[in-house]
Design a protein around this ligand. Structure first.
Ligand SMILES: Nc1ncnc2c1ncn2[C@@H]1O[C@H](COP(=O)(O)OP(=O)(O)OP(=O)(O)O)[C@@H](O)[C@H]1O
Length: 773
């Protein structure tokens, strides 16, 4: 709840006297302004003629002069009391020199009912209101604290059995939401006015009083009578309730030490009183000064206890009690100055609303029960009676875990869901599975590189190989069931491994030594998964074709079709050898022609530069000769340019033309060579594509033929005997497909040999390519 700032209300009450100093204390008709006229030096009081009169004006909330106790209560206190019943904290305090009427104002006289002071009237009003406000359940407790010489005294402790609480047992405390309170101070519930008044009077009896030079019964202590009010709505069943504290404070006399004439114990009391009131003033000054961010509340028990009342969450009213006599004018002025400062203090009263945790839980539980009931009815209406919304049991959670595992493995098609709790549990299991998988991958990656090279990388390579092949390759890679892995030709396997290693080494060299394992794996994986083998285009342009490094090697024979890059290498060594050689020759010629072209271009440019230079020299000579003619004024002196230079120019131009023609021819040759290289390259690629495609899809007859020829490699352990096949009407397609796949796989194992054999038999010859002349 947002607090609205509120000023402290200040009233001045003048003690009735027959000797009212109307020339010094001037109360204006507005009822709010009092002007004090006084001599600057009090010593001049007896020598008025010598002193200089000065005036000070105080505008307050109201001046209470010759008014009844009833009126004082109504004007000073009633608003604060009603606020306290609504949940606002309130403080009413009387300040002034000893004997000025503070106790009379606050407690009043017990002699007469009409002269009862603020506290009895507050008690009456509060308890009457409690009786009237039947829609709220009120509880009212009382406490009565005395602060004497910086000690805390419980004036109602006698009601608990012991006459006075030990001062050490009480501490001023502060808590957010609760504000300042006195730990150890007894609180006493009251139910009626009489009971409350009894307590007040009990406290009064216990109050320490002492004789004083100015007032025999003057109180030497500060007293704080507090009503603790709590109210809860009887009509609304919410858990909210409001509390408030109403402090009724009777401060000790504010007179200065010099005026008391105290000695001994009395002097000590006066020191304490002055100290606490002085700190009260300091706190007020700090509160008024908005540049101050620290208010020294904790300097004394009084200011600390009244912290909330002074600038905190509180409606605060101050009654400044003054004498009407001229003799007290200095103290009166001092009291009014304090009152003037107090008036500038801003407080921030706010209703103290609380939530009872137990009641809140009860209320929410009730709501939950109601909603459950409603949900159950809804489910019954839509035919879902068996749904429960209770937390899942251990057994249910275990079942969900099992379902998720089966779902992830593929053995369960779907997970049946009937409640939100189940959904949450299923998601939790999925999350666990993902985390588990992540952990496994991390562990794998953290293994030593050599281990990964031979295991993880190999696996990735195998998997990726499989990925880029057609669906039948899944069958090939399976190591169990009807498509059990055949006994692979050991030579082929080692050859394939050697190739993979070679490829890796090569890659490693390009990347530099110490390539991280992860990077290697990823490169390997991406390379194979995307089927992005080095394109033949790139291969052709490479300055050192791999074919050289493979000379003398037998092509590899993997058990499944090799990746395109490897196949391309095989092709260049085998069937594509001739056209590859042609391409290489064409490229060599092209390179030679390009070099020649570059050389000729440089020569032609050099001749051109010489021509330009010679022309410039001739021009220069001509200009010089013309100048000399003009100087002598004889036209006959005109000379032809140097004949040698002209001759040289002619020769240079002839050379330029000759070289330029050669250049043009060479340029045409380069273009032609480029065309031939492109042609050879396209031919090589198309032949390779054709060869590669055919190697993957040879006709059944050819496959059968090859299978026969290579029977020693696979026959016994690949085919299941027909009698072992399960007898089923729909099995025909299945077995056919299986047989075909087996054939295809076996064929691929032997394909390169087969191709070589065909080549040697003169089959599938390529058309001759145009040589470069
Ligand atoms: N407005 C008043 N009307 C009638 N009598 C009053 C009034 N104010 C004070 N008195 C009387 O003056 C006397 C002193 O007043 P009181 O004890 O209230 O002063 P005090 O400021 O409380 O003094 P101390 O600081 O010593 O406690 C009392 O006998 C009281 O009855």
């Amino acid at each position: 709840m947002k607090a609205q700032s509120s000023e402290v209300e200040v009233f001045v009450r003048i003690r009735p006297t027959a000797n009212f100093a109307k020339d010094l204390i001037e109360c204006l008709p507005d009822g709010q302004t009092v002007n004090i006229h006084h001599y600057k030096d009090s010593r001049q009081l007896h020598e008025r003629r010598k002193g200089q009169l000065s005036s000070q004006s105080f505008r307050l909330e109201g001046i209470l002069q010759d008014v009844s106790q009833e009126e004082v209560y109504t004007r000073v206190c009633r608003r604060v009391v009603l606020g306290a019943l609504d949940g606002y904290n309130g403080t009413v305090m009387c300040f002034g020199q000893a004997g000025s009427g503070k106790t009379y104002t606050m407690t009043g006289s017990t002699d007469s009912y009409n002269q009862r002071g603020i506290i009895p009237r507050v008690l009456q009003e509060v308890l009457q209101q409690v009786g009237k406000r039947t829609e709220y359940a009120f509880s009212v407790h009382l406490s009565y604290l005395e602060i004497y010489n910086e000690s805390l005294i419980d004036l109602l402790s006698s009601l608990c059995g012991s006459p006075h609480s030990s001062p050490q047992g009480m501490v001023v405390m502060e808590e957010p939401g609760r504000g300042v309170y006195i730990q150890g101070l007894s609180l006493h519930p009251v139910h009626n006015e009489e009971e409350a008044l009894n307590m007040l009077f009990e406290g009064e009896m216990n109050r320490i009083t002492g004789s004083h030079a100015l007032n025999r019964n003057s109180s030497r202590s500060h007293c704080i009578f507090t009503l603790h009010i709590e109210s809860r709505s009887r009509t609304l069943s919410d858990a909210k309730f409001v509390t408030s504290k109403l402090n009724l404070v009777d401060l000790a006399g504010s007179e200065r030490l010099g005026n008391t004439g105290s000695e001994g114990q009395m002097l000590k009391e006066s020191v304490y009183i002055n100290k606490s009131l002085s700190f009260l003033e300091q706190a007020i000054l700090a509160l008024v000064d908005h540049r101050r961010d620290h208010i020294p509340f904790r300097q004394t028990k009084l200011t600390h206890t009244l912290k909330d009342s002074l600038g905190g969450n509180c409606n605060t009213v101050l009654v400044a009690n003054i004498f009407g006599e001229a003799a007290q004018i200095e103290e009166t002025l001092s009291t009014l100055r304090f009152a003037g400062r107090m008036k500038c203090v801003q407080t921030k009263p706010v209703i103290n609303e609380h939530v009872d945790p137990a009641a809140q839980i009860k209320k929410l539980q009730k709501e939950v029960d109601l909603l459950k009931e409603e949900l159950s009815k809804c489910n019954t209406l839509v035919g879902k009676q068996r749904i429960t919304y209770e937390p899942l049991s251990e057994a249910q959670l275990a079942e969900i875990k099992s379902q998720v595992q089966r779902y992830l493995e593929g053995s369960l098609q779907e997970i049946s869901i009937t409640s939100v709790r189940q959904v949450q549990a299923v998601f939790a299991q999925f999350k666990l599975a993902v985390q588990d998988q992540e952990q496994k991958v991390k562990t794998q990656l953290c293994q030593p590189s050599s281990l990964v090279d031979h295991t993880a990388a190999g696996k990735i390579s195998q998997h990726s190989d499989r990925d880029i092949r057609d669906s039948t390759k899944d069958v090939d890679s399976g190591g169990s069931g009807v498509f059990a892995q055949p006994t692979t030709n050991a030579r082929h396997q080692s050859s394939a491994r050697a190739k993979t290693k070679q490829s890796k080494d090569k890659h490693g060299k390009r990347q530099g030594t110490g390539t991280p394992v992860l990077k290697k794996n990823l490169e390997s994986a991406s390379k194979l998964t995307l089927n992005s083998v080095p394109t033949p285009e790139r291969e052709l342009d490479s300055p050192e074709p791999d074919t050289e490094s493979r000379d003398g090697q037998e092509p590899s024979h993997p058990c499944s079709p090799p990746p395109r890059a490897e196949a391309f290498e095989d092709f260049k060594l085998g069937q594509g050898c001739k056209i590859n050689c042609t391409l290489k020759e064409n490229k060599a010629v092209l390179l030679e022609r390009r070099n020649l072209l570059r050389q000729l271009t440089e020569e032609v440019n050099a001749v051109k530069r010489e021509i330009d230079c010679t022309e410039a020299t001739i021009q220069q000579h001509t200009e010089m000769a013309g100048g000399q003619c003009l100087a002598v004024g004889d036209e006959s002196v005109h000379q032809e340019p140097d004949a040698t230079l002209l001759m040289q120019l002619r020769e240079l131009k002839a050379l330029y033309r000759q070289r330029y023609e050669v250049l043009r021819d060479v340029k045409a040759e380069v273009n032609y060579c480029e065309h031939l290289v492109d042609q050879s390259r396209v031919r090589l690629l198309s032949e390779f594509e054709e060869w590669y495609e055919k190697s993957l899809s040879l006709p059944d007859e050819e496959l059968d033929d090859m299978t026969e020829k290579t029977k020693t490699h696979e026959e016994d352990n690949q085919r299941l005997p027909p009698e072992t096949l399960p007898d089923s009407s729909g099995s025909e397609s299945f077995y056919k497909a299986r047989d075909r796949t087996l054939k295809r796989r076996n064929n691929r194992m032997l394909l390169p040999t087969h191709v070589h054999r065909n080549l040697s038999a003169g089959q599938r010859k390529l058309p001759p390519i145009q040589p470069v002349i």
